[in-house]
Design a protein around this ligand. Structure first.
Ligand code: MN3
Length: 219
């Protein structure tokens, strides 16, 4: 399973070895066409920060685990000490999931690489079908959760939903795109209109970033 983890994304730590909030590579208002700046700022500085704070608190007496990335912990979730499994699942998942989210919704769409385009065509027929399936999956997540495009052990693409902050990594799948469908991700602008939020975000996927994630398992 560890072959999925060619690249680690959330190793940003301070001098004490605690996870810290990654800076966004763009301003909060630069995604305003699809997510308002106030939602972005609260989501990043409050919600994401809270997952990090609680993950650090859970690992304070586990120095061996604090040397690992959040992704590595999630990949190995079922083998972690039982007293930290819940916190890693929820808060480690929250940290890793949001780190991915900020990058794949960045305001630079780029293009699907040739290899990723081929993989999408093989799994879904074409990109339009893939996005339709992703859209339907995101709409149908019950309550709070995520919809994902992920790569399995055989390097096939899969679309799946997960509840809460559960990461596809804990199922042996590498997520390459994810959309947060917790109400905190969209409520200020979209209120109950989750489908409108989802369709807006799916029009602005940062395909350069998603392609780069896909290529980490192609070697
Ligand atoms: Mn969120």
């Amino acid at each position: 399973m560890s072959n999925l983890l060619v690249q680690e994304f959330t190793n940003t730590t301070n001098a004490q070895g605690e996870f810290v909030l990654p800076q966004l590579k763009y301003s909060y208002d630069s995604v305003a066409d699809y997510i308002d700046a106030e939602t972005m700022e609260i989501h990043h500085t409050k919600h994401h920060q809270t997952y990090i704070t609680k993950l650090n608190a859970a690992l304070v007496n586990h120095a061996d685990l604090r040397t690992q990335s959040a992704e590595a912990l999630l990949l190995n979730l079922n083998n972690l000490p039982s007293e930290v499994q819940g916190a890693v699942r929820n808060h480690g998942g929250g940290h890793a999931n949001h780190c991915l989210f900020w990058e794949v919704i960045a305001p630079h769409s780029g293009q699907c690489s040739k290899d990723l385009t081929n993989a999408i065509d093989n799994s879904f027929g074409n990109l339009e079908n893939c996005l339709t399936e992703l859209n339907n999956c995101a709409i149908s997540v019950f309550g709070s959760g995520w919809a994902w495009l992920a790569v399995d052990q055989q390097k096939n693409l899969k679309i799946l939903g997960t509840p809460n902050q559960d990461s596809p990594l804990s199922q042996g799948l590498l997520p390459i795109f994810g959309i947060d469908v917790w109400e905190h991700a969209y409520y200020l602008r979209y209120q109950n209109r989750r489908p409108d939020y989802i369709s807006s975000v799916l029009k602005h996927i940062n395909w350069d970033n998603v392609s780069a994630r896909f290529h980490t398992v192609q070697k």
